[in-house]
Design a binder for this molecule. Structure first.
Ligand code: CA
Length: 239
């Protein structure tokens, strides 16, 4: 009975595959359908970030060499808010890099090319591990003076009063948290949340930030979570 429990791999709600090589991405997605029906895919760093903002995945398979940047940037952003398993796909054999990736918070890595069997074994191993650890399942739970934010349950309680955020405000909040500790320009936030090309990002973002601050800041007149970076944009400060 105990062995059966330990051996069981719970079906994750979703896995995100980040790989710019279309043929390889297809292969990975097909293989991972053995684990969950909901395998999402991204070909660029920007798409991957937007995918994480739209819906937090339960596991990420991450290529490093992406057309718009290095996958390790996403790893860093994810580690600011979640211990969700990240398996790095690397075409590189460099030992120092493997160590650096593990130090940066990767849970495992696979050297390309890899077999479907090896990929599934690694993925199942990480899912088993995360099922046993509440921390790995949980996306950031943010607690500041009198404010509690649960990004997965989409719950904000401010000074004892539950706050109702709109779907857009949740997307914007996740985008800010994905960028935690680093300044984000209105354009970057806009691309993560709206992914469309019209409108003036700075005006829209400013309006939504104002609304968000009223709901999540301990004191909206003195923002501590969403701080303005003069001339640049905004920075989310993890308390
Ligand atoms: Ca690549």
């Amino acid at each position: 009975m105990l062995l059966a429990t330990l051996g069981a791999v719970p079906e994750p709600k979703s896995i995100l595959v980040v790989e710019d090589n279309a043929a390889l991405r297809e292969t990975l997605v097909d293989a991972l359908r053995a684990v969950t029906q909901r395998v999402r895919e991204a070909a660029t760093l920007a798409e991957a970030t937007a995918a994480c903002v739209a819906e937090p995945p339960d596991l990420v398979v991450l290529d490093l060499g992406l057309p718009d940047g290095d996958g390790s940037m996403l790893l860093g952003a994810l580690r600011a808010l979640t211990m969700v398993p990240v398996i790095v796909l690397s075409g590189r054999e460099d030992e120092d890099e493997k160590v650096a990736l593990l130090d940066a918070g990767a849970d495992d890595f696979i050297i390309k090319p890899c077999s479907a069997a090896e990929l599934l074994a690694r993925v199942r191993g990480q899912l088993r591990r995360s099922a046993a650890s509440a921390a790995a399942r949980t996306w950031a739970h943010i607690v500041a003076d009198g404010v509690e934010i649960d990004l997965v349950e989409q719950r904000v309680v401010r000074h004892g009063v539950p706050q109702k955020l709109t779907p857009t405000e949740w997307l914007l909040l996740r985008a800010l948290v994905m960028h935690a500790g680093r300044p984000a320009t209105p354009r970057q936030l806009w691309d993560m949340v709206w992914s469309r090309e019209f409108g003036d990002p700075s005006v829209h973002i400013r309006v939504h930030i104002t609304h968000l601050r009223r709901k999540i800041e301990p004191d909206p007149s003195k923002p501590r979570l969403i701080v303005t970076e003069p001339g640049v944009g905004y920075r989310f400060v993890v308390p």
